[in-house]
Design a protein around this ligand. Structure first.
Ligand SMILES: [Zn+2]
Ligand SMILES: [Zn+2]
Length: 399
């Protein structure tokens, strides 16, 4: 009898048929299944899929190969939608319009796979969640750039082992070890054995109460989506949020939003990871947290706060739309158009001049270009203080 048969792995239903835990990642579920059968991860996968289909040299939580998911559906008796719900594709349509197998994906932390090792710190965790789990496991939302803290535990996430600094690689905890450690939880660091669940816990920095509350609502909404629940969070809101981080991270001339925010809050400018076009996904946890708080702060009163930033020379009018694919209508109406109208009358300048294509138009000509239905009303300081377009404030707390 073959080894397969002995272990019962060729029968439709495996002896161990764990189901995914709430918000559990596919990779974590697979490791639990292997260990549940008393096998090393690599051995388990080789038995199932042979050497031809490599599992661990890729980011399976993102790539989610159908042959792997279908095998888990067949052998564990898990409903297909639940199994397929363990991948990062569940955020399609909310975090990014269309899922892509390769290249950059907005809001998804990159693991920077190199063979089977993870060079990047894309797998975050909440030590308090791991400590309170009956069986410690890793969540999909811990792969998201916009989740920098756990709302349930008011705890800053971590992205590496506090003892040795290694990136989290729970799939490698039994590699290179002669004996499988059957009782070792997945929260043990693969490199040094330190229990990540016992890592020192820090509350997240708040900086601004309102912005922190809004960001907590967004994190709550992502948690709800990740567990198959509903949320009233709009994709457009997240797109604008990300565009704010794009503007802060940009190295374009005349774009000083990052410095402006730092000065406004009396903070040093956060350290930006070097790249020709830095993105939020490539930044450290600390930097992401600050950028997200500043961005949510801007979006709590978007027209007023962005107009003030623009008036202070933090960016040019054109930056509001540059490289922004499909911005939501509230942003165009209440922020972009609003600043354009405001700029015409309050500063006596033509915003379209900044686009570089309307240089010879007179002020009158520009006025006729104003968006239909809005007209060019007399601006006013009062208008600036009006609260229009409050996507974040309108977000209801998801219970
Ligand atoms: Zn937690
Ligand atoms: Zn370690």
């Amino acid at each position: 009898m073959s080894r397969h048969g002995l272990l019962g792995l060729t029968t439709p239903l495996w002896p161990i048929r764990y189901k995914p835990l709430p918000d559990e990642l596919l990779s974590c579920w697979l490791v639990r299944l292997a260990h549940g059968h008393g096998m090393k991860v690599q051995t388990f996968c080789n038995l199932l899929f042979g050497n031809r289909l490599q599992v661990w040299n890729r980011d399976i939580d993102r790539l989610a190969p159908a042959w792997l998911l279908d095998a888990l559906v067949l052998h564990t008796g898990t409903p297909a939608d639940v199994a397929y719900g363990t991948t990062l594709r569940v955020f399609e349509g909310l975090l990014y319009p269309k899922f892509r197998l390769s290249g950059h994906l907005p809001w998804i932390q990159n693991l920077q796979m190199y063979h089977r090792t993870r060079q990047g710190f894309g797998q975050q965790y909440c030590p308090a969640c791991l400590a309170s789990d009956e069986v410690p496991y890793f969540r999909k939302t811990w792969r998201l750039s916009l989740k920098t803290f756990c709302v349930s535990h008011n705890c800053q996430l971590l992205d590496r082992c506090q003892a040795c600094g290694a990136a989290v690689s729970f799939h490698r905890m039994d590699m290179g070890r002669a004996e499988l450690l059957p009782d070792a939880p997945l929260s043990a660091c693969h490199a040094c054995g330190f229990d990540l669940a016992s890592a020192r816990r820090e509350p997240p920095r708040v900086i601004d109460e309102e912005a922190f509350g809004a960001l907590a609502n967004i994190v709550d909404a992502m948690d709800a989506v990740a567990t198959g629940g509903l949320s009233d969070l709009q994709a457009g809101t997240l797109a604008v949020l990300r565009h704010m981080t794009v503007m802060m991270l940009s190295r374009k001339q005349k774009l000083h939003l990052l410095q402006y925010m730092a000065d406004l809050f009396g903070e040093p400018t956060p350290e930006i990871a070097a790249a020709s076009r830095p993105t939020i996904e490539a930044q450290s946890l600390t930097t992401r947290h600050v950028l997200l708080l500043w961005s949510t702060w801007l979006l709590c009163l978007p027209s007023q706060r962005l107009a003030q930033a623009w008036t202070s020379g933090a960016f040019r009018y054109s930056h509001l739309m540059r490289d922004f694919v499909a911005p939501p209508s509230w942003y165009v109406t209440h922020v972009v158009d609003y600043i354009q109208r405001h700029s015409l009358d309050d500063r006596g300048r033509q915003p379209l001049l900044e686009l570089g294509v309307e240089a010879r138009r007179s002020t009158a000509a520009v006025r006729t270009q104003a968006p239909s239905g809005t007209g060019v009303t007399t601006p006013s300081k009062r208008m600036l203080s009006m609260r229009v377009g409050l996507p974040l404030r309108l977000l209801k707390k998801v219970s």
